[in-house]
Design a binder for this molecule. Structure first.
Ligand code: UDP
Ligand code: MG
Length: 133
């Protein structure tokens, strides 16, 4: 069993897509072990996304993630990290495969509805970041 961190981003929470997205995980054998709705500060978003601090989009990305409520979840299942990335689809919804979350619900490369950890190491760090107790 592997664990990964998933975030439903502000654009999707705002459009009431939380249940639709959770159902995609459940139907695809990813168990939602923990889930909470929170609203983080820009400082927290900057800490969370610090791997991207050298990128041109970093400031906008952190402002965006802290712009409204998000839902953070621990997903658990076989190959959960890769399985979640596959369900999410490509970063840019325009390039995402049919029936992926980003193809179905993403608005643009920045408002792309979901985040998912990309490695075992980052999954551990990201889960720790939001669920340290
Ligand atoms: N992002 C952006 N502009 C870009 C590339 C990425 O706004 O040109 C945002 C996008 O929301 C993405 C996040 O930065 O989800 C993190 O980028 P990453 O390359 O890690 O993509 P992901 O792992 O989310 O597919
Ligand atoms: Mg990433």
């Amino acid at each position: 069993m592997e664990q990964t961190l998933s975030i439903i981003k502000p654009d999707a929470v705002e459009r009431n897509l939380v249940e639709n997205i959770k159902n995609i995980f459940i139907k695809n054998n990813l168990n939602i072990k923990e889930s909470k709705k929170i609203h983080i500060s820009k400082e927290e978003a900057s800490e969370f996304y610090k791997v991207h601090q050298s990128k041109s989009f970093y400031n906008d990305l952190c402002a965006y993630l802290s712009s409204g409520p998000i839902v953070v979840m621990i997903l658990e299942g076989d190959n959960a990290i890769a399985a979640n990335r596959k369900l999410m689809g490509a970063t840019n919804p325009k390039d995402a495969e049919e029936n992926t979350i980003r193809k179905l619900y993403g608005i643009s490369i920045d408002k792309n509805s979901v985040h998912g950890s990309d490695s075992i190491d980052n999954a551990k760090k990201e889960i720790e970041f939001f669920f340290k107790d």
